[in-house]
Write a protein that binds this ligand. Sequence first.
Ligand SMILES: [Zn+2]
Ligand SMILES: [Zn+2]
Length: 304
Amino acid sequence: MLPYATVQEAESALGRSLTAAENLWFNYSAAKSDYVLYCHNILFLFVIFSAVPLYYVFLEVFFLESVKSYKIQPKVKLSVSDMFRCYKSVMRMFFLVVGPLQLVSYPSIKIIGIRTSLPLPSLWEIIAQLGVYFIVEDYLNYWIHRFLHCKWGYEKIHKVHHEYTAPIGFAAPYAHWAEILFLGIPSFMGPAIVPGHIITFWLWIGLRQIEAIETHSGFDFPWTPTRYIPFYGGPDYHDYHHYVGGQSQSNFASVFTYCDYLYGTDKGYRYQKKVLQQLREGLKSNGEQKGDLHDISAQDVKVD
Ligand SMILES: [Zn+2]
Ligand SMILES: [Zn+2]
């Protein structure tokens, strides 16, 4: 809740006029408690988990011919009811774990200093903080995920997330409740180190989940803007981790590729890429049809 009753009060406290964005924020948040603003995350996550994967389902159902060459594991076909079953499981976990976790974690964001006040952060401040959040989350997530692939972690917890060897968008948050709790820590650490405005926090939670849905989508589209992010792993990168399955010792990172490169856990993936490239070049020089080239996919080469 803002400590000003009117725009004039806010302007005299800041010593300047409010920007258009700040006026909007004032009108929206002035009478809402910080707790209510924080709990917006529950609604945002619900919408993201429900709507973003639908984009991929829509393309697969109505435009399969146009997009099938971008499918990472084209030989795996899930029906719409299979996908809906996954969504139902995710929603059950959402109402039992994710939502309640948001409701009770409010004191922690007050302790670390997430603010709802004016002035609003600049665009550059938001981008810089989001960059830090992604880097911190990626690093910590790498080690937690790697730990979850030890015998105990996999059998007791992480096996659930790996039920989908050819992941789909809805399966991004599909996991054991303990994994959801564990992986909340890396998401929280970035804002704890560099606390920002609640709008930045909303963006962080939302963008991280949209990114996870993209990397689990099963499609590697050439038009996705995330391709221009340096060291970004993307769908093909994480799909390989699911494809190899429980024995996977490759591609643990959630967002970027550098951790796997530094710690030598991307060797199987890179070898697979090399073999695929050689197979495609061999077919090309033998004058095979374009269709045959598309028929060769990651599913034909399994390493690690
Ligand atoms: Zn895993
Ligand atoms: Zn995954």
